[in-house]
Write a protein of this length. Sequence first.
Length: 422
Amino acid sequence: MNNDILRFATAGSVDDGKSTLIGRLLYDSKSIFEDQLDAVERTSADRGEEQTNLALLTDGLRAEREQGITIDVAYRYFATPKRTFIIADTPGHIQYTRNMVTGASTSDLAIILVDARKGLQEQSRRHAFLTALLQVPHLVLAVNKMDLVDYSQERFEEIKAEFTNFASRLDVDDLTFVPLSALHGDNVVDRSENMPWYEGPSLLHHLENVHIASDRNLVDARFPVQYVIRPHKSDDPDLHDYRGYAGRLAGGVLKPGDEVTHLPSGLGSRVAKIMTADGEVAEAYSPMSVTLLLEDEIDISRGDMICRPNNAPKASQDIEAMVCWMTDTRKLTPRAKLIVKHTTRTAKVMVKDLRYRLDVNTLHRDEQADHLELNEIGRVRLRSTQPLFVDEYAKNRETGGFILIDEATNTTVGAGMVVQAD
């Protein structure tokens, strides 16, 4: 069932048509209610627009509708007979980089829109870099507003060649190009008659058929314990000594009888049962939420990790990571003290060193930088008060990602991706 859900994010420069594209997807796939459409039509008419502004379906904030831009991440859901979709419509403005990182961090695919008239912009390159940094497995470059360049194949090929050259410097595994017009629906849900030279699929057809089942790490078993279940029901012999460990698999596959190791103790056991809300199952795989029962009684609590004996994550207190700073109330500086939330484990950390600040437009590394401000990205070295069980982010996005929290306000101030652990 989880493989039938595709999470994707839209990104790109301001006014490239991200919200209009999503509105067109929702409208043409008949995934909006009549009252929603009526409200959008009324608003469009009140604003004196000649046709229905489908961008209003996703731009829900008053400020967004007034300015005609996306500010916060808007999530929308729709489904076709083949697949269910969760869309994150992310902002294009540079001051909302943190919002884009939030929306793309859990996505299986990213759509970067480019205005066919303007070509690649600074923000288009920035979002492409962030998509690669966040290890989003699939990338689609959607060349929008083809109707404004007379559906020119030559213009499409120019943009395609320019982006291909730029993407060669990034870690992009799967790259697809689609020319479209979100306003008129060309190549969005159905193939366009205006671009007979384009032989590829429509955008929705690609979204329905892109293969994501192998994107998740099903090799390295990782089970962060979220909660220990002890019913203590004395009149039920099955529940009297029941000790279950609830959580969501962050990687790999587990079956009853499998040998497992508990971290941090290093003690071993075997999986006795795997339970879900619907009863016992024969196997569990990422990202299923399950309860594990082990054959041996081990002192296990929230924040601990269950893995395979010869395939364990790195238990480390010293971590190097790429961090996106997400607050303007304080700066990230060496010696700063924060709280790290990694899988289900929470610990205090200190910033030991800021290696460099990265210019996401030029990919230049500023090794003289002594702080990170809002929306800036840099490589930092952290020291935690207790070991964290991490993998490199490129290997596992679940066990390689973390957030940083301000001790005083309890607000999220940064998001990090593990590069290496000592």
